[in-house]
Design a binder for this molecule. Structure first.
Ligand code: SAH
Ligand code: SF4
Ligand code: F3S
Length: 477
C-alpha cells in the first residue's frame, strides 16, 4: 500500500511540470527558455513563481517541454526520503537529454539543495547549479557562472529575505486561486522535521506588500488567496510607520478587507500558536474561509513530547473544541505521522481515537521517515519496523476515509456558496469548485453565465468520500 491520501494536495511530491500559461503568447521576446518542476509543499510551488519572475527579468521564457529548455530547474523537497528519491529519478531522466544537448544547464533548487549543498554536485555529476531557498536573487549570476562551465552554488540562508518586492509569475494558474507567501523559515524544532535546517529562521514579510499582492490578484480576476507559511499563526511584523506590530489576526483582517468577494485561506497553523483572536477574526469575516489545517502528528502525549510539538493530547482536543465553539461549521484537516520512534500499539490507538474526536475532513498521512541531522535522528532510534509503520498508516488512512465519507454525508441536503475553479475533470458539462470548508463540489453547468471565478449557490444531493455533488440553486434568503 502506498499513502493514497497523502501525496495528492499540499505535500505533493510527484506533481510535475506545471503549466506556464501567463507569458507564452509573448514568447518571441525571450531569447532563452527555462523549464521548472516543483516538488513538496505549497511554499515550494510559491517559490517557483518567484524564480520564474527573476528569470523572466533575465530574458528567460518558460517552456512546458524540458527537451527544448536551455535551463532545467527542479525545485526540490527533503521532507521524507521518498521525496528525495523522486527527484533523483527525475535527474536521471534529464541526464539523458543533457547527453544530447550538453549546453543545457540543470539546476537543483529548494530544500534538497539546501540540505545536501555541494555534496549534491559530487553525487549528481550532471547538475550545474545548486541554489538554496534564500538565494534565488543570485540566480542570474549563478547562471552566468554555470554557462562558463563552472559549478555554481549558493546555499546561504538569510534572516531577512522574504522576496517581498518580487511579483510572482503565476505558474500553472487557474486564474482563480493563488498563493501568497507571508513568511519564511521555521523556528520550531519538531524533532522529526528537516524544514528548520532547509529553510532557516522564521521571518515575516512586510504586511503592506502582502496586501498589495492581494489587491493586484483581485484586480487580475483572482478570487481566492491562500496565505502561506510553515507556521502562519506566528506571523509578526513591525510596522515602522505606525510603530505598531501586525499579528496574524490583524493581517487576516487586512486581507479580508481587500474585497468581500476575495476569499482568504491560510496554511499551516501550529496548534500551539493559533489564537482566539484568529478564530474570532475568521468568524467575523464571511470571506475568510471556515477551514483550518491543524496538524496533530500524533494523538499520544508521550509521542508528542518526544516529537517536540509542545502540546499534549488534551491541549490539542481543547483547541478543537474552541474552534468548533467559535466557528461551528469549521472544516478541520490534519497531518499525521505513523510509527514515530518508540511508538507502541497503544500510542498508535491514541492517534486513531484523536482522529475520531477531531472528526477531520481530510488528512495528509505519512509513515515516519528519519531525516539526517534532525533531533530525532540524533536522539531516538528509528525502531518501529517498516511493516508495522505501514500497517499503522493503513489503519490511519482507513479511518480517515471513513471520517471523510461521514463528514461529506452530513453535508447532503445542505446548501453552500461555491467558488468555481474550473470545469470538472470528469465532465465538461459540470463545474468544479470549493465551499468555504475547502470541500470539492461538482454541479451541472446548466444555462447560466457562470465562469471560473464566479460564486454559485449549490445544494448537495449526493457525495462520495472525496467530492460533494449538487445542483445550482438561486441564492437563498
Ligand atoms: N509546518 C507544518 C508542516 C510542514 S511538513 C506544520 O508544522 O504542521 C508537512 C508534514 O510532513 C508535517 O506536518 C508532518 O506530518 C510530515 N513530516 C515532516 N517530517 C516528516 C518525517 N521525517 N517523516 C514523515 N513525515 C514527516
Ligand atoms: Fe517542521 Fe515543526 Fe516547523 Fe512544521 S512547525 S515546519 S513540522 S519544525
Ligand atoms: Fe519539502 Fe521544503 Fe516544503 S522540505 S515540505 S519543500 S519546506
Amino acid at each position: 500500500m502506498d499513502m493514497m491520501l497523502t501525496d495528492s494536495k499540499i505535500h505533493n511530491e510527484t506533481r510535475q511540470g506545471e503549466a506556464f500559461a501567463p507569458f507564452e503568447q509573448d514568447s518571441n521576446i525571450y531569447t532563452k527558455r527555462f523549464y521548472i518542476e516543483s516538488y513538496g509543499c505549497q511554499m515550494n510551488f510559491s517559490d517557483s513563481e518567484i524564480v520564474a519572475s527573476i528569470l523572466q527579468n533575465e530574458g528567460f521564457g518558460a517552456t512546458r517541454n524540458f527537451e527544448e529548455a536551455d535551463l532545467v530547474l527542479l525545485n526540490t523537497c527533503s521532507i521524507r526520503e521518498k521525496a528525495e528519491q523522486t527527484v533523483r529519478k527525475r535527474l536521471q531522466a534529464f541526464r539523458q537529454v543533457k547527453q544530447q544537448r550538453p549546453g543545457m544547464l540543470i539546476g537543483v533548487l529548494g530544500c534538497m539543495a539546501e540540505r545536501l549543498k555541494s555534496k549534491l554536485l559530487e553525487e549528481e555529476k550532471l547538475v550545474d547549479m545548486v541554489v538554496g531557498p534564500d538565494a534565488y536573487r543570485t540566480l542570474p549570476g549563478l547562471i552566468e557562472e554555470a554557462e562558463t562551465g563552472q559549478k555554481a552554488v549558493n546555499v546561504l540562508l538569510s534572516r531577512e529575505e522574504t522576496y517581498a518586492d518580487i511579483s510572482p509569475v503565476r505558474l500553472g494558474s487557474n486564474g482563480v486561486t493563488a498563493f501568497i507567501s507571508i513568511m519564511r523559515g521555521c523556528n520550531n524544532m519538531c524533532s522529526f522535521c528537516v524544514v528548520p535546517f532547509t529553510r532557516g529562521r522564521e521571518r515575516s514579510r512586510d504586511a503592506h506588500s502582502i496586501i498589495q499582492e492581494a489587491r493586484d490578484l483581485y484586480e487580475q480576476g483572482f478570487r481566492e488567496v491562500t496565505l502561506l507559511g510553515q507556521n502562519v499563526d506566528s506571523y509578526y511584523w513591525h510596522d515602522e510607520n505606525t510603530n505598531k506590530p501586525v499579528t496574524f489576526a490583524m493581517l487576516l483582517e487586512m486581507v479580508a478587507l481587500v474585497h468581500p468577494n476575495l476569499r482568504i485561506r491560510f496554511s499551516t497553523s501550529h496548534p500551539k500558536d493559533i489564537t482566539d483572536d484568529v478564530l474570532f477574526t475568521m468568524a467575523k469575516y464571511e470571506n475568510i474561509c471556515n477551514y483550518i489545517h491543524l496538524p496533530v502528528q500524533s494523538g499520544n502525549t508521550r509521542i508528542l513530547q518526544i516529537m517536540n510539538r509542545t502540546y499534549t493530547r488534551e491541549w490539542y482536543m481543547s483547541k478543537v473544541d474552541r474552534i468548533r465553539e467559535i466557528i461551528p461549521d469549521c472544516g478541520i484537516s490534519s497531518d499525521i505521522i505513523a510509527g514515530f520512534c518508540s511508538e507502541t500499539e497503544e500510542e498508535h490507538q491514541d492517534t486513531l481515537s484523536i482522529m475520531d474526536y477531531s472528526r477531520y475532513d481530510y488528512s495528509y498521512m505519512f509513515f515516519y521517515s528519519e531525516r539526517p541531522g534532525t533531533l530525532a535522528a540524533r536522539r531516538y532510534p528509528d525502531d518501529v519496523p517498516l511493516d508495522v509503520k505501514k500497517r499503522r498508516l493503513q489503519e490511519i488512512v482507513d479511518k480517515q476515509y471513513h471520517l471523510s465519507l461521514v463528514s461529506n454525508q452530513q453535508d447532503v441536503g445542505k446548501t453552500f456558496k461555491v467558488l468555481i475553479e474550473g470545469e470538472s475533470k470528469k465532465s465538461e458539462d459540470e463545474w468544479m469548485g470549493r465551499n468555504s470548508q475547502n470541500k470539492v463540489i461538482v454541479f451541472p453547468k446548466d444555462n447560466t453565465n457562470l465562469q471560473p471565478g464566479s460564486y454559485a449557490w449549490v445544494k448537495v444531493h449526493q457525495c462520495n468520500k472525496a467530492t460533494l455533488i449538487g445542483t445550482r440553486i438561486d441564492q437563498p434568503e
